[in-house]
Design a protein around this ligand. Structure first.
Ligand SMILES: [Zn+2]
Ligand SMILES: [Zn+2]
Length: 438
């Protein structure tokens, strides 16, 4: 009898433990759904405000002010002026648990907006000596608004939050202006991942090729390393009718552009992801003058650090060989930029597993890696990171691609982003927090 009684008690306890988990999750989901409903209009309003008032990298003064005042009003501890205009908020939950960080970028691009949005940007500024339009053509307005919305939700849940959430609002993701430092790299160097040190970091990016309600993710290598090169090809100036008196940099540069493509096609394995693109070919002043110099500029995208080394080495050989053959010379500046984004495999698998269960998420897609880059890599190189994609397009409302004047993100994506990011944060904290007695 005694034994049977103990056995029954153990079974009952076991059932309670098993039932406890989904019950807690269900209650939490209801709570999050109610809080998304409460805060979504405010987040969308902030998104429209940020979209209408875009600011270039390292110049996000008003955006940073909006972010800091929103976080302060929520009772979140705020640090401003991080890596120039960055803002970092720390929300300490009422229950013990780990620290997790989420990151949003705040900068816009020198693109003149051509959408029909009622909150379209008409802002103009001077960039590299030229007057340009300014636009949130990469969706960073959505990223910032989503993260502000998540802050509102989690601040409301503070008493029950099992751990600490660090909100990182980053400047200059697209790269700082020439001659300046900035972005995730500088944030890391300014100790944004310390005091308190997060155990993991999450980030999202708008993706116009996905519909609102769709979320995409990649496990492991997700986005490429981004390098930037500048080449001066130098010859000797001459009359266009007397080529024998000159050394023609246009002919040399033409051969160089074609030969650079053989790095991809002949030196590297066809199975190794890489891109070599010459984006600028500039030289000459007049039709009948052989110029002295041609300027080439472009980008190299790779995943593997050894491939990166090989590309740089082969570029040098090709430049030496071709300019040497014509008695010209060259100068190559090979600038190693953002490393590749590698989503931590264990963390990504765990987080991807939660995505399908988030209310409002209709489709979850595993996406192949892309050759685009993201400076989220600097955070994910220090602590495990998970960077995923948020669908932003509605059927019947076409959007241009990222970085184009017609890129349009539907406001509905803000609410989906809030739900997804809040759930990931809560799942991460709950899975690692010491279990409290019910
Ligand atoms: Zn971008
Ligand atoms: Zn971006």
């Amino acid at each position: 009898m005694r034994n049977r009684g103990t056995g029954a008690l153990l079974i009952l306890l076991g059932m309670l433990l098993i039932m406890d988990m989904p019950r807690y999750a269900a209650a939490q989901q209801d709570n999050v759904a109610a809080l998304v409903a409460k805060h979504r209009a405010d987040a969308i309003r902030m998104r429209e405000h940020i979209h209408r008032n875009p600011e270039l990298g390292n110049r996000e003064f008003n955006t940073a002010e909006l972010v800091a005042s929103h976080l302060t009003a929520l009772g979140i501890e705020v640090r401003t002026g991080v890596a120039h205009t960055g803002v970092v908020g720390v929300l300490k939950g009422g229950r013990p648990g780990p620290v997790v960080a989420i990151r949003a970028d705040m900068d816009a691009l020198p693109v003149t907006e051509e959408t029909v949005l009622p909150f379209k940007s008409t802002v103009r500024t001077t960039y590299l000596g030229k007057e340009v339009g300014v636009m949130h053509a990469c969706g960073h307005d959505v990223h910032t608004a989503v993260q502000l919305g998540v802050a509102s939700i989690l601040a409301d849940m503070k008493a029950d939050l099992p751990g600490t959430v660090k909100f990182i609002f980053q400047p200059a993701e697209e790269g700082p202006p020439p001659g300046e430092e900035g972005g995730a790299d500088l944030m890391v160097r300014e100790n944004v991942l310390q005091n308190p040190a997060p155990e993991a970091i999450f980030g999202l990016h708008a993706l116009p090729s996905l519909e609102v309600g769709t979320v995409g993710y990649t496990i492991g290598p997700a986005m490429a390393a981004v390098d930037h090169f500048t080449i001066k090809v130098r010859g000797r100036q001459a009359h266009g009718a007397r080529p024998e008196e000159g050394i023609d940099p246009i002919v040399m540069a033409s051969e160089i552009v074609l030969a650079l493509q053989t790095i991809r096609s002949r030196t590297l394995s066809p199975l190794e992801p890489s891109v070599v693109t010459v984006g600028i070919f500039r030289g000459g002043e007049r039709f009948n003058i052989i110029p002295r110099e041609v300027h080439l500029e472009g980008t190299v995208r790779t995943y593997n650090p050894e491939v990166r080394d090989t590309v740089e080495r082969r570029m040098n050989s090709i430049l030496e060989g071709i300019t040497g053959a014509y008695d010209g010379n060259f100068e190559l500046i090979y600038d190693r930029g953002t490393p590749s984004v590698i989503n931590d495999p264990d963390l990504s698998r765990e987080m991807a597993g939660y995505l399908a269960g988030v209310p409002g998420v209709e489709r979850v897609l595993e996406l192949p890696p892309t050759m685009g880059g993201e400076d989220f890599a600097y955070f994910a190189n220090v602590i495990p990171g998970f960077f995923y994609r948020l669908g932003t397009t509605r059927p019947g409302q076409p959007s241009g691609g990222l970085h184009t004047p017609t890129m349009t993100a539907d406001s509905g994506s803000v609410a989906v982003g809030m739900r997804v990011m809040t759930h990931l944060v809560l799942e991460f904290l709950n899975a690692r927090a010491p279990r409290s007695n019910p």
